[in-house]
Design a protein around this ligand. Structure first.
Ligand SMILES: *[C@@H]1O[C@H](CO)[C@@H](O)[C@H](O)[C@H]1NC(C)=O
Ligand SMILES: *[C@@H]1O[C@H](CO)[C@@H](O)[C@H](O)[C@H]1NC(C)=O
Ligand SMILES: *[C@@H]1O[C@H](CO)[C@@H](O)[C@H](O)[C@H]1NC(C)=O
Ligand SMILES: *[C@@H]1O[C@H](CO)[C@@H](O)[C@H](O)[C@H]1NC(C)=O
Ligand SMILES: *[C@@H]1O[C@H](CO)[C@@H](O)[C@H](O)[C@H]1NC(C)=O
Ligand SMILES: *[C@@H]1O[C@H](CO)[C@@H](O)[C@H](O)[C@H]1NC(C)=O
Length: 308
């Protein structure tokens, strides 16, 4: 069956070309997975409520991470003051519910604008992240984020030192949600922001009015999302078409294979000297023995069809 063989190769090729890129992650979420792994490595025999500093691989020098394990019940009732730059109040709910969770803190340092580019804005602080994961298995990698929400009062973020490069401009709190979409809010005080959910945070100033060649306003992240969405649609359409073509090829193959098999069968029987006659019964052809017992009869007539 050469036909089938080449079909399998084609299906594999199509999968590699069209479907595989659709499942790839954004660089920022790949970094999250990597940092989750490295943060968890600092937690071999962790005590609940202790902050552990993680080691990052040498190719990410400049990034710092920590991990903190909490029971979600105690998080809700007591919160956690001073987890690095985050003050976590009472009333934080984790979705979906887990018994214990790990808060991974990230400080992206000089990698901030590499992973979270914001056209038209200048960061006054590094981008920092607060992400929650299930603590059930500390050897896990590629964990998905847990969503959490501050239901009573907001989580307070203290950025401590603001670079004063763009003093005079109107600074904004920037929040990248778990999907990477940027949203802007006002500062609570000169270096503090509020947050209600997880993600990445920074303070940035809008420099698009200042720069000599004004860049298009708004986050590049968003634009990237749209174009990647467009590519997914194009990829999906082309992929769908190809799958359709392959499917019809497959059906052709099967039909041809069955026909060949039938012909071979008949040839074999003919060689064996066994006369074979076909009659049309309903829609299908069925071999019948001539002159014996009941004939297949449809509305008092039948057509005998010879070999061919
Ligand atoms: C950095 O190193 C880690 C492991 O050491 C590797 O998984 C990762 O792909 C590397 N990243 C870059 C950007 O080189
Ligand atoms: C950040 O700084 C470290 C050294 O301090 C350097 O190795 C790394 O390449 C820098 N990262 C970027 C994105 O420039
Ligand atoms: C934890 O996760 C690792 C890696 O995914 C797996 O090998 C191990 O069996 C898991 N342990 C438990 C207790 O589920
Ligand atoms: C703020 O600046 C001080 C002094 O330079 C430094 O020790 C501290 O780590 C900085 N804080 C943050 C959050 O970067
Ligand atoms: C920026 O900070 C430096 C020291 O950190 C200070 O001497 C300077 O006056 C500041 N500039 C502005 C415009 O605030
Ligand atoms: C940034 O500033 C420019 C010009 O001042 C303005 O058009 C734009 O809407 C601002 N962007 C945001 C996100 O506030």
């Amino acid at each position: 069956m050469e036909c089938m063989h080449c079909l399998v190769t084609w299906v594999f090729l199509i999968w590699v070309l069209f479907l595989h890129p659709c499942t790839s992650q954004s660089p920022a979420s790949e970094l999250d997975s990597l940092l989750q792994d490295y943060a968890y490595r600092s937690l071999r025999h962790p005590h609940t409520g202790i902050i552990y500093t993680g080691q990052v691989p040498t190719n990410f020098t400049g990034v710092s991470i920590s991990a903190l394990r909490l029971r979600s019940g105690s998080l809700r009732k007591r919160g956690f003051q001073d987890y690095m730059q985050f003050d976590i109040p009472v009333g934080v709910l984790v979705q979906p519910y887990v018994e214990r969770l790990i808060f991974v803190y990230q400080n992206l340092g000089n990698w901030s604008s590499y992973y979270y580019p914001l056209t038209g804005f200048t960061y006054l602080t590094p981008v920092i992240g607060l992400l929650a994961y299930n603590a059930a298995n500390l050897s896990s990698t590629d964990l998905s984020y847990l969503d959490f929400v501050a239901s009573e009062s907001p989580i307070s973020i203290d950025f401590e030192n603001l670079s004063n490069a763009s003093a005079g401009a109107d600074p904004k709190c920037v929040w990248f949600d778990l999907a990477g979409n940027a949203q802007f809010r006002d500062l609570v005080s000169s270096n503090k922001c509020d947050a209600y959910r997880g993600g990445h945070f920074a303070i940035a100033v809008n420099t698009s009015g200042i720069s000599p060649t004004p860049a298009p306003p708004g986050p590049t992240h968003h634009k990237k999302k749209i174009s990647s969405k467009a590519w997914k649609i194009i990829g999906g359409t082309v992929g769908g078409l190809v799958v359709l073509i392959l499917l019809s090829m497959l059906i052709c193959c099967i039909v041809r294979f069955r026909r060949e098999k039938k012909v071979k069968e008949m040839e074999n029987r003919a060689e064996a000297g066994e006369p074979l006659h076909f009659a049309r019964v309903g829609g299908a052809q069925a071999p019948v023995a001539l002159g014996t017992r009941t004939q297949p009869v449809l509305e008092n007539e039948y057509t005998a069809v010879g070999l061919s």
